[in-house]
Ligand binder design. Structure first.
Ligand code: DX5
Ligand code: ZN
Length: 220
């Protein structure tokens, strides 16, 4: 497996969520991405642990909970209990980032750290050796369907170099505006995990066509 495609259910048709996740899984997505937004750290309000628990009953794929909330440490336990495989916290929300990562591991989950477009790569250098995933936001978080920000590409490259320098096997993931046209630029910069909502669930020819288009955009 050279690269991971993670389906963000934010753009799914919620009136038939089970079928949509089944379709994405059959089409070959690797992970399910759940965008948790609290209306405070980001402008939108979306899903909580109940949704993770629902997804867990639908699929056995790894579920990553992308926690766009203030004080995410208060909610780690409930997301882990709901069946999340990986918990990702924003560096901007975590004054005790080192402890928060430890707590995630103690709960038996993989730990990810997320950077907003305006947050420098250096902000995670002290915890890089501890994490299983670094998620670089390629839009300002809050909504699906936004345009990819090419300004972020040098930071993806920088974090790839930082990970390679310590021989880390952590995934380097990108999230926001990822499509078959923007994916190759992020791949070339070193990303190997790709979150997509619109490109999968809003593809004009359906979910399978969306996943295929992304898969084809990944260099062999
Ligand atoms: C944005 C979320 C993303 C979003 C991606 O705040 O973190 O996961 O769902 O949506 P697209 O792929 O449409 O940009
Ligand atoms: Zn996300």
């Amino acid at each position: 497996m050279t690269a991971i495609i993670s389906a963000s259910i934010l753009s799914a048709d919620w009136s038939r969520l089970g079928k949509q996740i089944d379709e994405a899984q059959t089409a070959g997505v690797d992970w399910i991405h759940v965008d948790v937004m609290d209306g405070q750290f980001v402008p939108n309000i979306t899903m909580g642990p109940f949704i993770v628990e629902t997804c867990r009953r639908i699929t056995s794929l790894p579920i990553e909970a992308h926690l766009m909330t203030i004080t995410p440490e208060r909610h780690l336990e409930s997301f882990a209990a709901a069946g999340a495989s990986l918990l990702s916290v924003h560096v901007e929300t975590c004054p005790h980032l080192h402890r928060t990562i430890q707590n995630i591991h103690e709960l038996g989950c993989k730990a990810g750290v997320v950077l907003n477009p305006g947050t420098p790569a250096e902000s995670i250098s002290a915890v890089l050796h501890l994490v299983d995933l670094v998620l670089v936001m390629t839009v300002n978080p809050g909504f699906s369907g936004q345009e990819f920000l090419p300004d972020v590409t040098p930071k993806i490259r920088q974090i790839r170099q930082m990970l390679d320098a310590i021989q880390s096997e952590a995934w380097l993931e990108v999230d926001g505006g990822i499509s078959h046209t923007t994916l190759p630029e992020t791949y070339a910069a070193g990303a190997r995990a790709f979150v997509a909502a619109t490109a999968i669930f809003k593809h004009s020819q359906g979910i399978a066509a969306g996943v295929q288009a992304l898969r084809r955009a990944i260099p062999a």
